[in-house]
Design a protein around this ligand. Structure first.
Ligand code: NAG
Ligand code: NAG
Length: 367
């Protein structure tokens, strides 16, 4: 809370316009878009089944309560907030507590179940699809503008760090949802990937148009290796070849559109995060990262604890820190912290064209 108190003092001493300037400079705002890997509670405010609002979710969170994060504790955005020196995590955009000075910290617009395509996650009914998330960001900008004026708002938005995580659900909650989904009848896998990548490019372009200047874009993890797929599709605990093929088609094409967009814009606005490689490291050598398993989820039931939802009735591992997966689809808090560490200081194998510490160093020189 310290920096809010500092800002409050400026209100008294120097007047509102200076507050905005100090607020924007002292602390870089952070905005998050995407799906359940980065949702921190928006879905708790919606009528949907895609929610992490009950124990044992949040069992290791500081408050020991379910927050809407699909994790036992913090998720990746929380660790990124910490890495950029934010006083606290961003609030979910739908949280009524997100107003006044707190808006200047940023906001999280993510919603579990969504994808690149509007028809991804339709079974979850009432979720915030990506174009709606972008509209909410524009609405947010108007609210901040009323608070600190249009010029300071533009500074805050252009100076912000943005994270977007999309794509996994376009496979697991769309193309592969039922054996003959509409999309899988319409497209073979390579053409489907081409299609969703071309749609993703439009979304990224739109993010730039409405003000984003530094955007971390995560690829999908190794989709075929999550406990849910091991339980449903694999033989002998090997990663599902079909979903691995999907991830290995998607991720390189994502890096390709990042290159194209950056060269169109003439600046490294978009930064690719190779979450596939980060996860594969855990999967190939869990012990090296302090995990006893990267196959069995900590919370769940059935083979690999990969069937159904994580609920109070599920198996629950005693030490969450030694599991790479918290539930059938989502990394544990400790896995999230390791991924965030790679985002911050990973080599070019993990971060294209540069890591977050390089971004922070470059951008601090600009101001
Ligand atoms: C998804 O919906 C948005 C509006 O909500 C629209 O602009 C966009 O074109 C749609 N995408 C596709 C692929 O239909
Ligand atoms: C990433 O960040 C670290 C600083 O933590 C830096 O030393 C390193 O050179 C960077 N790696 C690349 C490939 O940019």
């Amino acid at each position: 809370m310290a920096s809010y108190m500092t800002s409050a003092c400026y209100i008294i001493v120097l007047g509102i316009s200076v507050v905005g300037l100090k607020g924007a400079e002292a602390q870089r705002a952070f905005f998050v878009f995407g799906d359940s890997l980065v949702d921190n509670g928006n879905n708790d405010f919606l009528a949907t089944t895609a929610r992490a609002d009950a124990p044992p979710y949040g069992i290791d969170y500081p408050t020991r309560t379910a927050t809407g994060r699909f994790s036992n504790g913090y998720n990746i955005p929380d660790f990124i907030s910490q890495a950029i020196g934010a006083a606290e995590s961003t609030l979910p955009y739908l949280d009524p507590q997100l107003n006044g000075e707190r808006l200047l910290v940023g906001a999280n617009f993510a919603s579990a179940g969504i994808g690149i395509l509007n028809d991804t996650g339709i079974q979850f009914v009432n979720i915030i699809r990506i174009y709606r998330q972008l509209q909410y960001w524009e609405e947010y900008q108007q609210r901040v503008s009323a608070l600190i004026g249009p010029e300071q708002t533009e500074r805050l938005i252009n100076g912000a760090l943005v994270l977007i995580t999309l794509g996994g659900n376009d496979f697991v909650n769309n193309y592969y949802l039922v054996p003959y989904s509409a999309r899988s009848r319409q497209y073979n896998l390579p053409n489907y990937v081409k299609y969703i990548i071309s749609e993703y490019k439009k979304i990224l372009r739109r993010l730039y148009e409405i003000g984003a200047r530094r955007v971390l874009v995560t690829g999908t993890g190794p989709l075929g290796c999550v406990p849910a797929e091991l339980a449903q599709r694999s033989t002998n605990g090997e990663c599902s070849a079909e979903l691995q093929r999907a991830a290995s088609l998607f991720n390189p094409q994502l890096v390709q559109i990042i290159k194209e967009l950056n060269s169109e814009i003439g600046s490294d606005v978009f930064v690719g995060v190779n979450t596939q490689q980060m996860h594969i490291d855990f999967i190939n050598n869990p012990q090296q990262y302090g995990f006893i398993t990267s196959k069995v989820a900590c919370c769940g039931q059935g083979p690999y604890n990969g069937i159904g939802l994580c609920t109070v009735a599920s198996n629950l591992c005693p030490n969450r820190d030694v599991y790479a997966f918290w539930d059938a689809f989502h990394p544990s808090e400790r896995a999230c912290s390791l991924i965030a560490r790679q985002i911050l200081s990973g080599t070019s194998e993990y971060m294209y064209p540069m890591n977050l510490s390089t971004i922070l160093a470059l951008d601090s020189k600009k101001n």
